[in-house]
Design a protein around this ligand. Structure first.
Ligand code: PLP
Length: 217
């Protein structure tokens, strides 16, 4: 547990997978964590963080940005179009692009704001009703649509069903990315990030294994 332990495990997973050292970005998922735990990880020198709610991120990250330079903030949760402008100005990457309306809104906002975060398209690899993301069969069309809008699509993201072997979902995501010429793969969380690295993850999203169990308020 803790940042040092996870960075050590991540480095070993890179070696085991024959990947270059430092080729996987560790996103420390700080949602719902008390500020003192987040500050502690910042003081250890880590700079890449993930949040799943725009509102919550807007409440804490502008303050941290005053105290720490070079923070790299990723939105990993669903994005409503009415919060898209705030997301475009607050985040450096958005991992949850999952529908044409959101893509069109982001394209317009990128023009208006003169900046666009790196984008990942979320794929609902388990085809779960309650989960966001485009279906695997629609992914190629949606990638094309986003590219036609000149959006900076860097890769794909998935959250496997909790009761299934995640490796199957990681492999499916990697296959969809490869056939679309996308390099980024946002996959793997506390319980399975090493398997995700073995299957090509470029970004792992690790929360509780770094910060401890989330404290519900
Ligand atoms: C919370 C969350 C994570 C991190 O989960 P842990 O199991 O705490 O590592 C990763 N990805 C998404 C999309 C999340 O919402």
């Amino acid at each position: 547990m803790g940042l040092d332990d996870i960075t050590t495990k991540l480095a070993k997973a890179e070696v085991d997978a024959g990947r270059a050292a430092g080729s996987v970005t560790l996103i420390a998922v700080s949602k719902v964590q008390p500020n003192d735990r987040v500050r502690h990880v910042l003081e250890q020198g880590h700079r890449c963080f993930g949040e799943n709610k725009v509102q919550e991120a807007a409440g804490k990250w502008p303050g941290f940005r005053e105290d720490f330079a070079d923070i790299d903030l990723h939105l990993i949760g669903p994005l409503q179009t009415n919060k898209a402008r705030q997301a475009v100005t607050l985040f450096d990457a958005i991992h949850s692009v999952d529908r044409p309306k959101l893509a069109r809104t982001l394209a317009r906002l990128a023009q208006e704001e003169g900046r666009c975060p790196d984008l990942f398209i979320q794929v609902n690899t388990g085809e779960e009703d309650q989960k966001a993301g485009v279906l695997p069969a629609q992914a190629d069309d949606f990638v094309r649509e986003c590219r036609e809008l000149d959006l900076p699509v860097k890769g794909l993201m998935c959250i496997p069903p909790i009761d299934e072997e995640p490796a199957l979902h990681f492999a499916l995501l990697a296959k969809i990315a490869a056939r679309n010429g996308l390099e980024g793969l946002s996959m793997g969380m506390s319980a399975d990030f090493e398997r995700a690295v073995a299957l090509g993850a470029t970004h792992v999203r690790v929360g509780s294994a770094i910060f401890g169990e989330r404290v519900k308020g």
